[in-house]
Ligand binder design. Structure first.
Ligand SMILES: O=C(CO)[C@H](O)[C@H](O)COP(=O)(O)O
Length: 257
């Protein structure tokens, strides 16, 4: 057993960007987790949420909190998230058994002033949305680059991620361009790690649809969702309660809805 490291005493990591992710995640956990109340915890995906799971692992090692945290059931948003839960000694659960989650933490690709989000840069958007919309409280953890300068699409230039059923991808590409006005739609590729498209944890494809700056993310989400073949969009609407943005100087900006 060892007490949770105090944030002010943490040694710097090799990369200041990593410091900013870690400080956002640690602060988000410390300020929002109530070990006596929260029992079912959603754990998102990406490089920032790694530090959320790490912090929960530290709580588990602290004798003041261990009896509570050892009983937490953590609900993953995909393969990576599942491994984070296990690697940090936390109990893994599934959303079929726990459809109501007390609190969830996840990263984001861009966050606007109203806490509307673009997510899905890691291709986990469907399960991330399932978990975040099943949570009583949803907290976003991000580094400073994710804070939108104005509209969604100002910072994240890769387009809105859209998860589609594989047999429908050509039809959805067509509809995104011709019905909804996307400037460009690409089928996300595995790159050097895989010839051909990325296949999600749900065996679907991801389309990245460039709509430029998005003035009405709610309407765009609803329009995309209405297309046949679309499983889910990476626009997370009216869901996040707070966002923690870590800065390179070690400060954290907290935005609340
Ligand atoms: O939506 C996601 C994965 O689908 C991630 O949460 C998002 O890409 C942010 O990742 P990171 O914390 O690495 O910046």
């Amino acid at each position: 057993m060892s007490p949770i490291p105090a944030i002010k005493d943490l040694p710097h990591l090799d990369d200041p960007l990593e410091d900013s992710k870690r400080i956002a995640a640690y602060r988000a956990v410390d300020e929002n987790l109530d070990v006596e109340v929260h029992k079912i915890i959603g754990i998102g995906s990406g490089s920032t949420v790694i530090y959320v799971a790490e912090r929960l692992g530290q709580y588990l090692q602290d004798e003041r909190f261990s009896q509570f945290v050892s009983k937490f059931i953590c609900i993953p948003t995909g393969f990576q998230s599942r491994n984070l839960i296990l690697e940090n000694g936390l109990q893994l659960g599934c959303i079929e058994q726990h459809p109501v989650i007390d609190i969830a933490f996840d990263g984001a690709d861009e966050v606007d002033v109203n806490l509307q989000l673009i997510k899905g840069g890691g291709a986990c958007l469907f399960q991330e949305k399932l978990v975040s919309t099943s949570s009583k409280v949803f907290i976003v953890v991000a580094d400073y680059r994710k804070k939108s300068s104005q509209y969604l699409g100002s910072n994240w230039k890769k387009g809105v991620p859209v998860e589609v059923v594989p047999s429908a991808y050509v039809r959805v590409c067509h509809d995104l361009k011709n019905l909804l006005g996307a400037k460009q739609v690409v089928v996300r590729q595995g790159g050097s790690a895989k010839a051909g498209p990325v296949v999600t944890d749900n065996n679907n494809f991801i389309l990245d649809a460039d709509f430029g700056e998005i003035q009405d993310p709610k309407m765009l989400h609803e329009n995309i969702k209405s297309l046949v073949g679309v499983v889910e969009t990476g626009l997370f609407i009216d869901n996040a309660e707070k966002a923690y943005f870590g800065n390179a100087d070690g400060s954290v900006e907290v935005v609340t809805n």
